[in-house]
Design a protein around this ligand. Structure first.
Ligand SMILES: [Zn+2]
Length: 159
């Protein structure tokens, strides 16, 4: 925040606003994170209308508007469909801290799913990462799981 004093000089005030908040992630969102926390596995949801499998699970299929209810286990492996090596520092909304740079954020199609899942990929060397590579999720240690997206540390390239 900046303002001018009587002499026209810019003054700066720095302060932090504590803004704790919570929101519901819904029935299927809760199941998704429970599976990761307790069983270290992904689940998706299958549409019995068009056959699409979504991860994370959701209540309604976008293309055919059917209500979804068939939860299905998914692999912890997938394929990179897009990625970006990030070199610009900013505050990670999950932690409130600046994420060390560089890091790679990517879109991953988990094996068994039809949509993409986004997360960190554990490779920042552009010569060693490309679309189509196989990755596997690396989870936190069991005693450190909290039931949120950070329970997945990152995805490692496996081939
Ligand atoms: Zn559908």
């Amino acid at each position: 925040m900046s303002t001018q004093n009587r002499q026209g000089e810019l003054m700066q005030l720095t302060f932090a606003y504590p803004m704790p908040y919570e929101w519901s992630i819904g029935l299927y969102g809760s199941r998704f994170f429970q599976e990761i926390k307790e069983k270290r596995r992904f689940i998706g949801i299958k549409c019995n209308g068009c056959g699409m499998v979504y991860v994370p699970p959701r209540r309604v299929c976008g293309p055919c508007f059917k209500e979804l209810s068939e939860l299905v286990p998914l692999s912890d492996t997938g394929v990179i469909t897009a990625f970006s090596v990030v070199n610009y520092p900013f505050i990670d909304p999950n932690t409130g801290l600046q994420r060390p740079i560089p890091y790679t954020y990517g879109y991953i199609r988990l094996d068994g799913a039809d949509n993409i899942f986004s997360h960190i990929i554990n490779e920042t060397d552009l010569g060693r990462i490309h679309v189509g590579m196989k990755v596997r999720a690396v989870f936190k240690e069991p005693d450190r799981m909290q039931g949120n997206i950070q329970d997945i540390k990152y995805f490692d390239i496996i081939s």
